[in-house]
Design a protein. Structure first.
Length: 351
């Protein structure tokens, strides 16, 4: 039960053998103390089971995103990753904040994170945007305190031999950014995309350099070579994206603008395609049903057929127009707003 009055507290404190006050307002009987403690322990164990998969995912996500992301960005990622998984707990925003605060051994919560809202950072390893700095060791402080040790084994001033494996990896990144099949617009590319490709195509080299020399800190490695690459955090559709570009490429901005223009065109074309298909299907269809339909239209559609996860994220971005049922994996057209966007899409098709 709860007690709020000052008189109540004074009275209860005179009878410590009968009552126990918990915090500012909770009260239990002394004889029930063992039951309370047992219940509290069980509740903590149950909460730890719920937190565990989310904490694991968040630690990995931070590791891949330079130890600094918005809470909303991670939540959107976690929802998309588990869009097709039944009976999994997806926390609300405030619950996610509580999970972060319950694990101060791993995370630092920053409620004043800027325009995109509160941020979460890896405890003891995040450093404010300083391109030449390495991540701090576990014993260092989050802010501007002194670090006891740096996990980066090579300083920015160290000149590597030409045949050093690190130079080979640098050349592979340059090739990737210059490759017209991988970077057709010759602008900047998402850091995570380059990283994942290198992990696949040059796994041993990646492990040797990024894994061993840089303690698995991809962005620390990129920043070390700031004479070749620029690493920037760019805002895009309510989330921040780390992008890499070649410093030698003076026309990267035009490439980025062209890529954005074409991406928007393809997205609006897919919007139109999905809207038309839903109208033909009486306003609703399953995710797999539409993706199967696209296989028969690959020569006539104005966009590349998306992967399942990417398509679900696309539908969710247009929640004003489409309703997604994550339990049945079905999409429904919201008729009232359909016509407004429908005419707008035709402008793109005429380009």
């Amino acid at each position: 039960v709860s007690t709020q009055s000052t008189w109540g507290h004074s009275f209860l404190k005179k009878h410590p053998n009968e009552f126990i006050i918990i915090g500012d307002s909770k009260l239990i009987l002394k004889e029930h103390e063992s039951y309370y403690q047992k219940g509290d322990e069980e509740e903590k164990k149950e909460q730890a089971k719920i937190d565990e998969p989310i904490v694991i995912k968040l630690r990995k996500y931070l590791d891949d995103h330079n130890d600094d992301v918005t809470v909303r960005e991670f939540l959107n990622y976690y929802k998309d990753e588990n869009a097709d998984v039944k009976e999994i707990y997806i926390p609300r925003f405030r619950d996610m904040e509580k999970i972060i605060k319950r694990h101060p051994e791993y995370f630092v919560y920053d409620k004043d994170g800027g325009k995109l809202g509160p941020r979460v950072r890896t405890k003891g390893t995040w450093i404010p945007n300083e391109p030449t700095n390495c991540r701090l060791a576990e014993k260092s402080t989050h802010n501007l305190g002194k670090s006891e040790k740096s996990t980066c084994t090579i300083s920015n001033k160290t000149k590597l031999p030409l045949d050093d494996p690190e130079n080979i990896l640098v050349k592979e990144i340059v090739k990737f950014l210059e490759d017209l099949t991988k970077n057709p617009y010759q602008g900047s590319l998402p850091s995570e995309r380059i990283q994942n490709c290198l992990k696949t195509t040059h796994s041993e080299l990646y492990k040797e350099i990024v894994g061993k020399r840089y303690n698995n800190q991809w962005h620390t490695f990129i920043k070390k070579h700031n004479d070749r690459f620029d690493l920037s955090l760019l805002g895009e559709e309510n989330r921040s994206v780390w992008k890499i570009r070649l410093l030698a490429n003076d026309s990267w901005k035009k490439g980025d603008e062209l890529e954005k223009s074409n991406r928007e065109y393809e997205e609006k074309s897919m919007f139109h395609s999905l809207s038309e298909y839903l109208c033909e299907q009486n306003g609703t269809c399953s995710v797999d049903q539409y993706l199967t339909y696209l296989k028969t239209k690959e020569e006539t559609i104005f966009f590349q057929r998306p992967q399942r996860g990417d398509f679900v994220r696309f539908v969710r971005r247009y929640s004003k127009y489409f309703k997604y049922d994550s339990e049945k994996y079905r999409i429904s057209l919201i008729q009232k707003t359909h016509q407004l966007e429908h005419s707008f899409v035709y402008q793109y098709r005429s380009l």
